[in-house]
Design a protein around this ligand. Structure first.
Ligand code: FES
Length: 109
């Protein structure tokens, strides 16, 4: 299966992923600027991505803790998610997300 990342510059990067891996790992493997500082503990929001609307509804809903972290992320949109919380099951083949610009990341602000 594969997933697609749209970079802050608008470039599309497609990558093969193993079902069961996390979107954060897939993005980091192809050099996306997703820091994932807390390694999936929902304590940082540096793994924030914006999911394309047609895919957003296919994802398992965000937990209350994830929603709370997203409130703190820079540049959030209605379809924002934490990529460390997205497990890539087979039905997400083709999932497409936008990577927000690093310049808007809080630690650069
Ligand atoms: Fe920190 Fe996802 S890696 S919230």
């Amino acid at each position: 299966m594969n997933v697609r990342f749209v970079t802050p510059q608008g470039e599309i990067v497609t990558t093969d992923v193993e079902p069961g891996s996390r979107l954060l790992e897939a993005g980091q493997a192809v050099g996306m600027p997703l820091e994932g500082t807390c390694e999936g503990q929902m304590a940082c929001s540096t793994c924030h991505v914006i999911v394309f609307p047609e895919w957003f509804e296919k994802l398992a809903p965000a937990s209350a803790d994830e929603e709370d972290m997203l409130d703190l992320a820079a540049g959030v949109a209605r379809t924002s998610r934490l990529s460390c919380q997205i497990e890539l099951s087979g039905e997400l083949d083709g999932l497409t997300v936008k990577v927000p610009g690093v310049a808007r990341d809080m630690q650069f602000g």
